[in-house]
Design a protein around this ligand. Structure first.
Ligand code: PMP
Length: 423
């Protein structure tokens, strides 16, 4: 095969020459956000990112390309349940990738069979669908609810959701979400979603009508800033769903997979949803999600759903390894104990600052400020080598890996104290 000398390749066909040479980055002025195009000119600027590139992760730490180390209490937005590059994930990836990556969803594969069995065993559901993202799992849950409505409720398709909810970024899951400002983003949205205030059982009951087929909520609203509902809320929703013959769909994409202690957050309330969705922590960094349905709700048949990558052996083997760790004896109580430690550390900071409160459960926690300082504090913390997330202008969210150590929680406390002094 002859090679064409590069001087003979027209400029527009030469990928090396077509790409503009990036200007060396000199860093933004202190406290200012860099324009999103500064580093990644070819990426759609859909997320405002700070001017650095992450290069390596290990456990609770991340390193950027400049070699700076960060203590990470964001963990891929509550994704790396076992920390960055967990050994169990590495082993599962290495072993499975040398065996089989995807035979296509038209064939069974052993890891998907084993993963679905373990999820059934851990949660008591009847059937599981394996998918790739939280949004895809929720979209599938919505479709399962609609199928159930066609079959058992005369075509009812209405789903009652809550203000402030986050269920994903497909059009239907955006319609189900209650994120402020989203109504204006990409209308028109699919119909069939009604929203009521989170935590309000009376409003939920009032919204039920003959078109309703399901109630869909997060046990704790994560993206809204770790909003914990009043005691009895989930039990009340279960009771409403039973009394009005509706499905209860719990989006546990953020709260599930032991994030709050038990494998599912609904276990705190002693209830079971008809449909539960999982994502984020399930793959400990790999994109894998699941829809769990009890016998009442599981009504999909061949042709009703599908996903080219869903349930592929590589992701399934990783999720299987993750679920084995999460379901080991003592794992849940250790998460709870670490969650208490984190809560105490945040409580000490809040008391010292006199301008904040804490809330949350397990290792999903937040500091709620009286004033909108979260973004700036987040940035100062990053400059002090600590990564946290500003879920809302006045809310900092903490989602460390589930094996976070006492020493790392102490380090977070010191880092945040330093950052707060620079406000
Ligand atoms: N549901 C909840 C509760 C979430 O927190 C998120 C992500 N933040 C999603 C769904 C969407 O998940 P994904 O980004 O994987 O689609």
């Amino acid at each position: 095969m002859s090679t064409i000398p590069s001087s003979e390749i027209p400029d527009q066909l030469d990928p090396l020459r077509r790409r503009p040479t990036p200007a060396p980055y000199s860093g933004p002025a202190e406290g200012k956000r860099a324009a999103p195009t500064d580093i990644a000119t070819a990426l759609m600027p859909v997320v405002l990112r700070p001017p650095l590139v992450m290069a390596r992760g290990q456990g609770s730490y991340l390193w950027d390309e400049a070699g700076r180390r960060y203590l990470d209490f964001v963990q891929g937005w509550a994704v790396n349940a076992l920390g960055h590059s967990a050994p169990e994930v590495q082993t599962a990836l290495a072993e499975q990738s040398s065996l089989l990556i995807n035979p296509s969803p038209a064939f069974h594969n052993r890891p998907a069979i084993e993963l679905s069995r373990l999820l059934v065993q851990l949660t008591g559901v009847a059937q599981v669908a394996l998918l790739n993202s939280g949004a895809e799992a929720n979209e599938t849950a919505i479709k399962l609810g609609r199928k159930w409505g066609q079959r058992y409720k005369g075509g009812a398709f209405g789903i009652i959701t809550t203000h402030g909810a986050f269920h994903g970024r497909t059009l239907a899951t955006m319609a189900a979400s209650g994120k402020p400002g989203w109504e204006q983003l990409f209308p028109p949205y699919p119909p069939g979603f009604v929203k009521v205030p989170f935590g309000d059982l009376t409003a939920m009951e009032r919204a039920i009508d003959p078109s309703s087929v399901a109630i869909m909520v997060e046990p704790i609203q994560g993206e809204a800033g770790v909003v914990v509902p009043p005691d009895g809320y989930l039990q009340g929703l279960r009771e409403l769903a039973d009394r009005h013959d509706l499905l209860l769909i719990l989006d546990e994409v953020q709260t599930g997979c032991a994030r709050t202690g038990p494998f599912l957050a609904q276990e705190h309330a002693g209830i079971r949803a008809d449909i539960t969705t999982l994502g984020k922590g399930l793959g400990a960094g790999l994109p894998v999600s699941a829809v769990l349905a009890n016998a009442r709700a599981a009504c999909f048949g061949p042709g009703d759903n599908g996903s080219t990558h869903g349930g592929n052996p590589l992701s399934s083997q990783v999720a299987l390894a993750v679920c084995r760790v999460l379901s080991a004896p003592q794992f849940s109580s250790r998460v709870r104990a670490r969650g208490e430690l984190l809560d105490r550390a945040l409580g000490r900071l809040a008391a010292a600052w006199g301008r904040a409160n804490t809330r949350g459960q397990g290792l999903l926690r937040a500091l709620i400020f009286e004033d909108p300082v979260a973004e700036l504090l987040c940035e100062k913390a990053r400059l002090a080598g600590v990564l946290v997330n500003a879920a809302r202008p006045h809310i900092l969210r903490f989602m460390p890996q589930l094996r976070v150590s006492r020493a790392e929680i102490d380090e977070l406390e010191r880092g945040l104290a330093t950052a707060h002094r620079q406000l």
